[in-house]
Design a protein around this ligand. Sequence first.
Ligand SMILES: [Zn+2]
Length: 195
Amino acid sequence: MNYPKEFENLIDSFRRLPGIGYKSAERMAYQMLEMKEEYREKFIESLQNITHLKKCDVCHNLSSDDKCEICSDLNRDTSLICVVQSIKDVFAIEKSNSYNGVYHVLDGVISVKNGKLPEDLNIDSLLNRLDGVKEVIVATNPNLDGETTALFIAKLLEKRDVKVTRLAYGLPMGGNLEYSDDVTIMKSFENRKSF
Ligand SMILES: [Zn+2]
């Protein structure tokens, strides 16, 4: 006997998540079935609500409004822009409490392997928001693609009246900002270097 179609559809939905095979998806579907009604309602509501999320008009961070919480915060130092490759990095840095500037999310890095070109990234919007900016901190990951992207951005900004720095990772080459602990992130900001 096959599962009822509704249940099979739920399993299929879980299988779309990266790293989830049929067995895990099946287990998750059963857990949903057994979940208390009120939690399940909350779960459904949260899923529906993410369709209202957008990208910040200024920095491309995740946001409920046109402008994200960070860009709307008047206590932020807007003369400092930290360039990161993904939204997850914004949240990792925020969690470390070591930075009070604003961000710019590239949405990826230049990558030959993945066919990502500079025009696929949010680079133009970075160049368009440099008025009054004193320093751009490039915080792409310390691996081949991250370094390539950092150099590309440094080169682009060479003739602009802005200092460009790179995070001094206490991370090994090939490391990942998103998985770094707060102290490592704090140190990497303190020890950042000019290009
Ligand atoms: Zn923003």
